[in-house]
Design a protein around this ligand. Sequence first.
Ligand SMILES: [Fe+2]
Length: 495
Amino acid sequence: MTSLQENKIKNQNSFNQEDWSSAYQNVEKELVNEELKITSGKVIKNLNGTLLRNGPGILKRDKQWVHHPFDGDGMVTAINFKEGIAKITNKFVRTKGYLEEEKQNKFIYRGVFGTQKRGGLLNNFLDLKFKNIANTHIVKLGDQLLALWEAAGPHALDPKSLETIGLSTLNGVLKENEAFSAHPKLDLNSQASSELLVTFGVQTGPKSTIRLMEFSNSGSNSGELLFDRKDSFDGFSFLHDFAITSNWAIFLQNAIDFNPIPFLMGKKGAAQCLKSNPNKTAKFILIPRESGLFKGQSPLIIDAPKGFVFHHVNAYEKDDNIILDSIFYDDFPSVGPDENFRKIDFENYPDGKLKRSIINIKERSSHITTISSQCCEFATVNPKLIGLEATFTWMASTEQKSGNGPLQAIKKINLNTNEEYYWSAFPRGFVSEPIMVPKENSSIEDEGFLLIIVWNGKRRGSDLVILDSKDMKELAVYELPLNIPHGLHGSWIRD
Ligand SMILES: [Fe+2]
């Protein structure tokens, strides 16, 4: 029996597809400061701050499903912890497209990941309008929260009520609807400011331009743009994420082509027109940070290993090398026009593996090693170590050791020894991105908490699970009075 067949049998025996897909439903309510009841474990008194999550909250309008959950309108959830009391608030991001579609109760925009308007090809042909769905990440910048979607500008939200203030240019920094990545990095180790939010925007075509921006995110000038540069490169770029070190912003330009014709014809969403090109070589693009030692210098472009990357974990500098940990897929995973995302066979999609690229700046070369072959996503390190060498990483992983499957476990890896530690929601629970909150006043890297929204397939509802990030023991579970579909990214804000 081939390993593919073995994995299929293992998957069929291990989880129930309906337990997993039942998370995909419209969010029906918006809560305001509703107190949560702990359902198991103990109240944690020394956890004070707010967990923020973003993700698709509308999956269906007038009986029409989105083609891919990434096309769902953004819904933000905030869970505030204060001296042992936890309260939840959630709100849809009131984007222009959300308000229009709410009013008409139907999809009036095509989605990037393949959602089409009703009325067939004729009604989608040459319709290039898009909806900024603000569904990918939620971060704090200055005194506002920003709901992010990488192809257009950020939506500012009130940090207490989560009410939408509106599409923001960040005080004139961005042109209206300028692309603004959904993966900013918070740098707590910069010389320039006690806290910097480093991010980018990409304009792509036959040539691509990366705008790298560094904002102060603390003190009296919080929210102000301190450093700004633009660099152009040959070729199409699909850059979802990046990594930083003290001196560099690191991008991986995937070896991918974009054929716009099926999109223009109204047959496919723009993201369904991306395809890996085996004849192309992926490139690392290293841009010197203007807050770093090499400011003003030109970017370095270095051949990268084969594979496709959405997310990087972290990077750091060591001698002449940049060490970059990323989640690599063999190919770009896309849900084709005839597939139903709620019924996908995981085994037909490439799985993510945690790999380490060692990029030698002097020799302009790179090589790659595999840290773990077990399928994973949403990996993180202690936020104090973004850009520095970290010993520990935490991530969402499959239950089984090989092949693709739903994310059902949280895994911790010691990057020095490759030892692995688990907490599992298997067989009926499905995890999301773990948020690592370091223990206050502790200098021990792995001391703290992991906050995870888990879809509980048994009771068909969402739980908040809190783990001890050191020993991976379950500390507390809250059954939430809100059903949150499988989500994307989030952050933690200290009080
Ligand atoms: Fe992402």
